[in-house]
Design a protein around this ligand. Structure first.
Ligand code: GLU
Length: 387
């Protein structure tokens, strides 16, 4: 995956971020129907080739301003938030309509930028994404602008797209906007000499300085947040493409050898996530029986039935250590239940849990994607006859 084309061709899961300037003709505040339909044709086409698409789309504020007759000048925050509330419904409607032409369902997800700081909210959003993707639905994500507490800034959706990419273990993120990619010099200031950089292996301090050296306010905000987003995605094992989306069918153009800048990922999404989990400080401990330990060594999830003891107090989404009665902690993972709930369901069959807790529940206590061995797990595994 070392060119823009091979990245999009081989992507397993791709997050496509669409900027307002592509989707909405600001002079008349109208959505560009034909452009959107062509883009969704490409999304459907990618999907039919086995790539799972997710969309992060801006445009609610631009549409809502026009609908409310608010003009194009500066507005107080509450009016922007009101415009977003009105525009978002229209935006979702257009996505639903465009996807339905391909018999695909759209799902609207509105997130706040701090979603990853609240682990429980993060895990729930992640599970919702997985469930939608399992069912072949195309998520269309935007920032929940009407409830956002900070100022809404140009470029927020670049960062949001990176968070969605991390949350869903995507391996490719495409930031479509009105710039061709990342240049060594600002192309608006140095149109003759500025060169498009095809590939950035690592986002170094020099690359970041080049992004913030852009002179125009718009491109400065635009490029700085794009580089930040690429950095977040890259450290989670996801490649980033910055490309121009103004032409008709920009995704197909990239597939067919079109230009843009590719930021290479560091590692792959799954191992990056596991490294992140391994670095956490456990809030509690689960003691499990030999059968459960063997199941973990075989890469399975931890079920409540195998748990024989709980130590410490933890919330859903907190990290906990896992070990046998006579071993040290050999795994670390994110618990899907609180310590109180775990006390009640330990030793019980997964089918009985909803009745014990009184609400629909998840089968696994720690899902295998949320768990990683600590260093001595392989040794323990050998002793236990696992592999
Ligand atoms: N969430 C905003 C909107 O939909 C856009 C923010 C951005 O473009 O970064 O209008």
């Amino acid at each position: 995956m070392d060119t823009v084309t091979s990245c999009i061709t081989h992507a397993r899961r791709v997050v496509i971020k669409i900027g307002s300037s592509l989707l909405v003709d600001a002079s008349i505040g109208q959505l560009r129907h034909q452009w959107l339909q062509a883009l969704i044709d490409d999304v459907a086409w990618l999907k039919s080739r086995g790539t799972t698409p997710l969309i992060v789309s801006s445009g609610s504020i631009a549409l809502g301003r026009k609908m409310l007759g608010l003009g194009i000048g500066n507005l107080p925050l509450e009016q922007i938030q009101a415009a977003a509330a009105v525009g978002q419904i229209r935006l979702a409607y257009h996505y639903e309509e465009a996807l339905q032409r391909h018999n695909l369902w759209a799902a609207q997800i509105l997130l706040t930028l701090d979603v990853s700081r609240h682990r429980r909210r993060y895990l729930n959003s992640r599970a919702t994404f997985e469930s939608l993707l399992d069912q072949g639905v195309v998520p269309v994500v935007n920032e929940n602008d009407s409830v956002a507490t900070d100022e809404i800034r140009f470029g927020d959706n670049d960062r949001l797209a990176a968070q969605v990419a991390v949350m869903t273990n995507a391996d490719c993120m495409i930031l479509l906007s009105d710039v061709n990619g990342f240049y060594d010099l600002d192309p608006r200031v140095h149109p003759e000499s500025a060169q498009l950089i095809d590939r950035v292996p690592t986002i170094t301090a020099k690359i970041e300085a080049m992004a913030s050296a852009s002179v125009s306010d718009m491109s400065k905000g635009g490029m700085v947040t794009k580089i930040q987003a690429a950095k977040t995605a890259s450290s989670a094992g996801c490649a980033t493409i910055i490309a121009n989306g103004t032409r008709r069918s920009p995704l197909r153009a990239l597939w067919q050898g079109g230009k843009g800048t590719l930021f290479l990922p560091q590692g792959d999404p799954q191992s990056a996530r596991k490294q992140w989990i391994a670095a956490m400080k456990p809030r509690g401990r689960l003691i499990v029986d030999q059968g459960a330990l063997r199941a973990l060594h075989h890469g399975n999830s931890l079920l409540p039935a195998g748990v024989v003891g709980v130590d410490g107090e933890f919330d859903r989404g907190d990290s906990v250590g896992v070990g046998g009665p006579d071993t040290s902690m050999v795994y670390i993972g994110l618990s899907r239940y609180t310590s109180g709930e775990t006390q009640r369901i330990m030793g019980k069959k997964s089918d009985d849990i909803p009745a014990i807790l009184g609400y629909p529940a998840r089968a696994a206590l720690i899902h295998r994607d949320d768990m990683t061995p600590l260093i001595d797990a392989t040794e323990t595994s050998k002793r236990d006859g696992g592999h």
